[in-house]
Design a protein around this ligand. Structure first.
Ligand SMILES: [Zn+2]
Length: 341
């Protein structure tokens, strides 16, 4: 299987975020890339550098206002006396009524959902290459590959059309799905990250051309708290095209595979042309976030089950944080997927 990754994706190096109000080291570390590369190589992937695709495929799912913000906010932030080194918001609109602030601080609050996505001088470059990895994975599949893997880092599924959050800036899974629509009528995004794919859901919530499904730890007591509940079904033309399958905390392989079966019924009824797997590996029992209890062999079973759908598939990396098994978990998923393909 082809895997796409560019070295520029390692340059983004966030320092901190607030967890329960306390400053903590940011877990979305560049070291994740090394572990994931090791895992992809062990699964037999050929690592390829993506092409510079320009802003087009990114602007297809994000607002121009937001992309301008992401590209330029760091330089503007540096002109504020005594500002933090990284761009971190400290005020948010309770209601987004369309009014747009002129100041850098106001715009940071408008475009950043939380403190987990600090922006430094390298962030924009890393974000673009991460998205281009997803574009090239979709292109490889449209050119005839059964599946391709995008080693997207920074991850993307918490990013809305105009809001960053949860370590995410550009929604790589959404970018890949939108790319597929250039040759497909209907695309599915199946998000198996520990956390609900709230940004992905938000981007396609009123659309029927992309079915969004997320399996995740129940947000009633878990990030992202305000999204990911079972009664969020889509709106307008998108009603019935969003499916959330929250799991109780510490659910393991059996519960996860049972939720996948529910997802597969919906996917088959949608008769899609292509699939994007938003592959979080943080549902792992040893992941620092500790939300679910999927095992390393469990990822192989999950990969095998998804491959059984028989759909052209772009696998887009989302979460999965530093722990001893991070490489093995990726190898396990990709081997299980490839073994069934
Ligand atoms: Zn996650």
């Amino acid at each position: 299987m082809k895997a796409f990754y560019a070295a520029e994706q390692k340059r983004h190096n966030p320092k901190a975020f607030l967890s329960s109000g306390a400053p903590q080291p940011n877990p979305e570390q560049p070291e994740r890339v090394e572990r994931l590369l090791t895992g992809a190589r062990a699964a037999g992937c050929e690592i390829l550098r993506p092409r510079d695709q320009g802003l087009g495929p990114i602007a297809a799912v994000h607002t121009p206002e937001y992309l301008d913000f992401l590209e330029h906010i760091y330089a503007r932030w540096q002109r504020i006396a005594e500002a933090s080194e990284e761009v971190i918001p400290n005020i948010h609109p309770l209601v987004r009524n369309g009014r747009y602030p002129a100041s850098a601080v106001g715009q940071a609050g408008y475009h950043m959902a939380d403190t987990a996505c600090p922006i430094s001088g390298e962030t924009w470059e890393s974000v673009c290459w991460s998205a281009w990895s997803a574009v090239d994975a979709a292109d490889a599949v449209m050119a005839g590959d059964r599946a391709a893997y995008a080693l997207c880092r920074p991850p993307g599924h918490h990013a809305f059309a105009d809001v960053a959050g949860g370590f995410c800036f550009v929604n790589n899974s959404a970018v890949a799905a939108q790319r597929f629509l250039s040759s497909s009528a209907r695309v599915v995004i199946l998000d198996i990250d520990l956390h609900h794919g709230n940004g992905t859901q938000g981007i396609f919530y009123q659309r029927a051309d992309v079915l969004t499904i997320s399996i995740h730890a129940d947000p009633v007591r878990f990030y992202p708290f305000f999204w990911g509940h079972a009664d969020e079904r889509g709106e307008g033309p998108g009603l019935g095209y969003n499916l959330n399958l929250p799991l109780e905390r510490k659910s393991g392989d059996a519960e996860f595979l049972a939720a996948l079966d529910v997802a597969f019924r919906r996917i088959r009824a949608y008769a899609p042309d292509a699939l994007v797997v938003a592959l979080g590996l943080d549902a792992f029992e040893g992941d620092p976030f500790g939300g679910l209890s999927v095992s390393t062999p469990g990822f192989a079973r999950i990969g095998e089950a998804i491959a059984g759908l028989g759909l052209p598939t772009a696998i887009v990396q989302e979460g999965g944080y530093l722990c001893d098994a991070l490489s093995d978990n990726l190898t396990s998923f990709l081997t299980g997927f490839g073994g069934a393909a």
